[in-house]
Ligand binder design. Structure first.
Ligand SMILES: *Cc1c(COP(=O)(O)O)cnc(C)c1O
Length: 362
């Protein structure tokens, strides 16, 4: 039967799996610990910026995000020409790949890493080059450098890595950049950088400034708590920033998102206090996991990775029975966001029940 034709690579695409909503369980408050969201509600200053700009939604937004671009430029001391904004950093990612890759070109990233990379690569008709993480879940930058071909256009380094939470060090990245041709764009995805406390981790901004082929991705969705508003940005080579602006969906970043993001940067100190509270909670959660003898990857993000392997499905199901949504990766492990305290307390309870049931069955 004839019907409108969709490109085969689009038909084959996996659908992006957003963090699952929590199913209701009688008597239990549900907690969603599956999407790395910020559990703090927006601050009064951010809320009033949102409300104020809401009264202008009969107008198109500023297509150049002028005020936000200025704020970012001031904050990082980079020229505005190096900055491009987008509908979340996923939107920016897609703009980057559309701007740099044609059919048959390659996009490289570690695997497992951020699930959006392979999807947006395929949408562009480009080819995914996935290089396995090492046994300890760290990036194998040696293998990645060796895997570069004449068709490689973009390499993503996600640090802290989603879903494993660990970072790539500055010295590793410096070594890597010596081996990668300057014609290849290396993107450091720092969606969770505000939660990092490891001084050896790569400094994305300094690396952008020191290299001609490095770009940075940042988002307001995680530390700044604006996941629902869709705003992120790129800082990098001017020609790439310009191309990223050209490939944006016109008027994609709403006025509400722009003014909320500006308000976040103006009130950053308060927001970073929340971030510090999340970091403290993460450290507490890891100590508890350690005390329970649970294997985990030390995290510098707002989530923790439990490599539970073949137990992934059973553990996720048990969490759901306790009204907890966590993020499973079948056969590999579970990612748990550092959300509400009561949710994390309950995760620890579920782990104890799970350990008990395993001891009984073995
Ligand atoms: C969450 C996330 C993003 C960004 O999400 P947006 O909401 O689109 O800004 C980007 N990269 C990684 C690795 C993430 O986990």
């Amino acid at each position: 039967m004839s019907q409108p034709q969709v490109r085969p690579e689009i038909e084959d695409l996996p659908t992006y799996k957003a963090g699952k909503q929590v199913d209701a369980v009688a008597g239990l408050i549900p907690y969603k610990l599956s999407s790395n969201e910020n559990a703090f509600a927006p601050s009064p200053a951010v809320l009033s910026a949102i409300i104020e700009s809401a009264s202008n939604i009969n107008r198109y937004p500023d297509p150049f995000a002028t005020a936000l671009t200025k704020s970012i430029s001031t904050k990082f001391d980079v020229p505005e020409a190096m900055i491009a904004t987008g509908t979340g950093s996923v939107g920016v990612c897609q703009q980057i790949i559309q701007a740099t890759c044609a059919s048959g070109d390659e996009v490289m990233f570690a695997w497992r890493s951020f699930e959006a990379y392979p999807i947006i690569t395929k949408i562009a008709g480009a080819i995914n080059l996935e290089v396995s993480l090492k046994q300890d879940a760290s990036h194998d930058l040696d293998a990645m450098a060796k895997a570069v071909t004449s068709a490689t256009r973009v390499i993503f380094i996600c640090t802290p890595n989603n879903p494993t939470g660990n970072v790539v060090s500055q010295s590793e990245v410096d070594e890597f950049l010596k081996k990668v041709p300057k014609s290849v764009l290396v993107i450091i995805d720092e969606a969770y950088v505000e939660f990092n406390r490891d001084p050896a981790a790569v400094n994305g901004l300094a690396t952008v400034k020191a290299n001609t082929n490095v770009g940075l991705l940042r988002t307001f969705s995680k530390a700044y708590g604006l996941a629902g508003l869709r705003v992120g940005y790129f800082i990098g080579p001017e020609n790439v920033a310009e191309a990223v602006r050209k490939t944006a969906v016109p008027f994609g970043v709403s006025n509400i998102a722009q003014s909320a993001a500006v308000a976040c940067l103006e009130h950053e100190e308060e927001l970073l206090e929340n971030v510090e509270a999340i970091v403290q909670k993460r450290n507490w959660f890891e100590r508890e996991l350690h005390a329970l003898g649970v294997d985990f990857v030390e995290s510098q993000a707002n989530f923790v990775w439990l490599p539970v392997g073949k137990d992934t499905e059973a553990f996720t199901k048990l969490c759901a029975e306790y009204a907890l949504a966590v993020r499973p990766f079948a056969g590999e492990g579970v990612r748990i966001s550092i959300g509400e305290q009561a949710g994390l307390d309950r995760v620890l309870e579920v782990i104890k029940v799970f350990q008990l049931s395993k001891n009984v069955s073995t």
